[in-house]
Design a protein around this ligand. Structure first.
Ligand code: FAD
Length: 566
């Protein structure tokens, strides 16, 4: 018989076994079943941002069951801790950036990159709306992208506190372009001041460098500039050296507030000795084209001083996209998007936020802790025995490692003392401790616990943590027995994010650095500068940038900085 007449086809999917069946019966009754493997649809992950958090997520993601689309207005990662080194030519700009495509091409995961800015997030329809950064002269520059999971890692922007004239007249140090502009401007200032027929006053004005903000970035830039003047300007522009002035304005009582007092004192004295004019309690009220106006916090005295260049480095605030999204989801006017301890935006299970644009809402943790104590206090006496206390604290520390970190930190020494006292004597096991007393001690730590610092260290660890969760997501869904969770009932698939502080550096110039390592270990000097070099070389994201950065350092040691105005 003929096979041609007709074929009644019937196709269906056996989704459980990921197999498609196609049954066909021909006119002569022959029956075939064709089986073909159907690849299950990959879950689409959209990642916003190619900074510290985004890069770390991409580097650590290794589960090929996802399709990842990275959306960011810049197609490279910037090693921000070395941005101040770019401003005076210690390191070249290209040495501290890594193309994001270099990072994703090495992965076994399906990752694509789109150079665009996300303008709006629509959580209900699982869509984001974007605009391409590059002009294509067509109408395809605005487009939408669907997602199953969205990871927001867009960082933050400079905060001007709406001070008049800041946007128009100041330099910022946030992006690689900023650092390049500063470098060009610094060199041009020396060339300008070297022109003939200028008065002394004009030279002084041109070479007056003002830094607003005594945080790590402002202090490091002041130190870089001072080194540049001492090491290179003296040789290359000896005739204008005497006109150079560096002023550092800080609104609070000390610079480097987030560091140990010993570092703050050392930095203030060092800068004072070296002629960097550190003005504490000095608030900038306005910056015009030629003058910077300040008000002293103590006596309200106002001063206007001519300047040549101002670097504004007073902290960060949320980007417009995040401000708008917070309004949309009822988070109001916060500093950053609130997430839970698993980095999920509060109330939205498939949207994550990390790095500078997010903050873990620790208030909930405090509420959970209160709840545990309430449950344990079965007789409502407001007290528990030392043993019971100890068990609860061990339990909390296991579930919330960040609490353990803060219990051990200097800021909450009173809690540690409290516990030591309780632990001191085995006989005290029967002594009852007051829960409220403990909670009030813990609440002092609350403000510390609320916000992790906006640093690369936090963003990097959060990116790695989230990638590990994504790597294990499927496996954990199949085997749901995860760590116990406090909020609600049952268990959670993953341990909450816990931050491990590895210490921080403050380079102070003259090949001296202050290092503050965990356990309140503080050390300042030349050997710490070598520690700084080795840590920053080892933390580079690729062997390419590592080689470039180290060769820049060597080049500067041998030949000095490159002062060409390009
Ligand atoms: P970022 O690294 O800022 O990355 C944000 C990314 O999002 C960028 O790729 C950006 O282009 C992209 N993006 C922005 N808007 C959108 C949008 N609408 N849609 C999509 N993508 C978007 N930290 C330390 O720990 N140690 C240091 O020594 C240190 N030094 C620093 C020095 C300087 C000069 C600066 C500026 C910062 C320094 N930091 C340091 C802080 C550190 O850089 C930040 O905490 C870190 O970059 C935060 O990482 P992030 O991924 O959240 O944001």
């Amino acid at each position: 018989g003929s096979l041609i007449a007709y074929a009644e086809a019937n196709a269906y999917n056996d989704s459980k076994n990921h197999v498609a069946h196609a049954d066909a019966v021909t006119s002569n009754g022959a029956h075939w079943t064709a089986l073909s493997e159907v690849v299950p649809k990959k879950k689409k992950v959209v990642l916003l941002g190619t900074g510290w958090a985004g890069m770390s997520f991409l580097k650590n993601l290794n589960n090929p069951t996802y399709e990842v689309e990275v959306v960011s207005p810049r197609n490279f990662f910037v090693f921000t801790p070395l941005l101040p080194s770019v401003t005076c030519g210690k390191v070249e700009a290209r040495s501290i950036v890594e193309p994001i495509r270099n990072i994703i091409r090495k992965k076994n995961v399906d990752i694509s990159f789109t150079e665009a800015e996300c303008l709006k997030i629509d959580p209900e329809n699982k869509k984001i709306y974007c605009r391409a950064t590059l002009n294509t002269n067509s109408n395809v520059e605005e487009f939408a992208v669907d997602f199953d999971y969205l990871i927001i890692a867009v960082g933050a922007q400079v905060n001007t506190f709406n001070t008049p004239g800041v946007k128009e007249n100041c330099h910022f140090l946030k992006e690689i372009d900023d650092a390049q502009k500063i470098r060009k401007n610094v060199i041009e200032s020396f060339e300008k001041a070297s022109l003939p027929n200028l008065s002394d006053e004009e030279r002084k004005k041109i070479l007056h460098f003002v830094i607003v903000g005594g945080g790590p970035t402002g202090v490091e830039f002041a130190a870089e500039l001072h080194d540049f003047v001492n090491e290179d300007v003296v040789k290359l522009y000896p005739m204008v050296r005497a006109y150079v002035k560096i002023t550092l304005l800080e609104a609070t009582d000390h610079i480097l507030n987030m560091f140990d007092k010993r570092i703050t004192n050392f930095a203030e004295h060092k800068f004072g000795r070296e002629g960097i004019d550190v003005k504490l309690g000095s608030m900038v009220t306005e910056i015009s084209k030629n003058e910077i106006s300040t008000k002293e916090r103590g006596n309200g005295k106002t001063t206007s001083t001519p300047y040549g260049m101002v670097l504004w480095s007073t902290g960060i605030g949320p980007r417009p996209l995040i401000k708008e999204f917070m309004k949309q989801i009822g988070q109001g006017n916060r500093r950053a998007l609130a997430t839970d301890e698993w980095l999920r935006v509060e109330g939205l299970d498939n949207i994550y936020a990390l790095g500078d644009c997010a903050t873990i809402n620790q208030r909930k943790v405090m509420e959970d802790i209160s709840e545990i104590f309430k449950k344990a206090d079965t007789d409502n006496s407001g007290t528990l025995t030392v043993k019971e206390f100890q068990e609860i604290i061990d339990d909390i520390c296991e579930r919330y490692p960040q609490v353990e970190l803060y219990l051990k930190s200097k800021q909450v020494r009173n809690i540690v003392d409290f516990l030591k006292e309780a632990q001191g004597d085995a006989a005290k096991e029967s002594i009852e401790l007051n829960i409220e007393e403990f909670k009030s001690a813990l609440s002092q730590a609350d403000s510390q616990m609320k916000n992790l610092p906006a640093t690369a260290q936090v963003a990097n660890q959060q990116g790695a943590y989230l990638a590990k969760c994504f790597n294990r997501m499927e496996e954990c869904e199949k085997n749901p027995e995860g760590p116990t969770r406090i909020r609600g009932t049952g268990r959670h698939r993953f341990h909450p994010f816990s931050y491990r502080h590895l210490g921080q550096f403050a380079p102070l110039g003259g090949e001296q650095t202050a290092a503050q390592l965990p356990g309140d270990w503080v050390s300042i000097g030349h050997s710490e500068q070598w520690l700084w070099y080795s840590v920053y070389a080892s933390k580079q994201v690729s062997w390419r940038t590592r080689a470039l950065v180290v060769s820049d350092w060597v080049r500067r040691f041998i030949f000095g900085r490159d002062t060409s105005g390009i």
